[in-house]
Design a protein around this ligand. Structure first.
Ligand code: MF3
Ligand code: CO
Length: 249
């Protein structure tokens, strides 16, 4: 499949979608504290999506049962919100959400600290987010796709972190997942040429320990095999002649 090019008008719609998604993330963030359950986060998202009159992108996607993915500590991605999962001081929780506005998807994830977290976890969050921004800087016309991938890998492996291979970022538009796949590892200077109008969801998934992950029996939750803490940050980014534009800010 070819990488779809969006017009300026389409990118404007995707920005509207991204700005809307940010409101959902803000509402969820306000609920994150020790003692809250991951279902409390889900309820905040559900209420906000309803209030804004938009459609949640994940709910029902391949049968996924919630609006959010909430992945705590050694859970990497696709954790399912639960009434039984109480957040504790020192936890980290990745909140991943997507919405559809006027037919256009946006996708964004952030990993929050719950109360005070360890210095190691704090650094993992800081470096993972920095790797996302380093990758976004490479989302420029004339560059190559794996420049983006390599930026994540370089920043994170310099700290000895495990870069998850099994899950990748993706093109996004009128579908949540379009071509190309956007791995978080690869050789700079390789991959498809980046063009104005491409829109990518860039999403480093980075483990404090080994890169190895496995999926639990629920068919969704991906965890680190060694039990180490994992972080996930994601933005939907448009490549334009004027440079990268983060649509989910
Ligand atoms: N942000 C994830 C992705 O890009 C979440 C989608 S998985 C879902 O693939 F099933 F929960 F929707
Ligand atoms: Co995504």
């Amino acid at each position: 499949m070819a990488i779809l090019i969006k017009t300026d008008a389409q990118i404007a719609k995707m920005r509207t979608s991204g700005v809307t998604l940010r409101k959902v993330h803000d509402a969820v963030k306000a609920v994150v504290r020790p003692g809250a359950t991951t279902m409390d986060l889900e309820r905040a998202a559900v209420a906000t999506v309803k209030e804004l009159g938009v459609k949640a992108a994940f709910l029902g996607y391949h049968g996924y049962p919630a609006v959010l993915c909430t992945s705590v500590n050694h859970e990497v991605i696709h954790g399912i919100p639960s009434e039984n999962h109480v957040l504790r001081e020192g936890d980290v929780v990745s909140v991943d959400c997507g919405v559809i506005v006027d037919g256009y998807y946006s996708d964004c994830a952030v990993t929050h600290a719950v109360g005070k977290i360890s210095a190691k976890a704090e650094k993992l969050l800081r470096v993972t987010e920095a790797s996302l921004y380093a990758a976004i800087e490479k989302a420029v016309v004339g560059g190559r796709l794996f420049d983006i991938s390599n930026a994540v890998q370089t920043v994170c492996e310099a700290e000895g972190y495990g870069v998850v291979r099994e899950f990748v970022g993706h093109g996004i538009g009128k579908s949540m997942h379009e071509d190309p796949q956007v791995p978080n590892y690869g050789d700079a200077g390789k991959g498809p040429r980046l063009k104005a109008g491409m829109v990518l969801a860039i999403e480093p998934m980075i483990n404090l320990g080994s890169a190895e992950v496995k999926v639990l029996e629920d068919g969704w939750t991906a965890i680190t095999v060694d039990g180490s803490v994992s972080a996930h940050f994601e933005h939907t980014v448009a490549i334009t002649k004027a440079g990268p534009v983060i649509l989910t800010l």
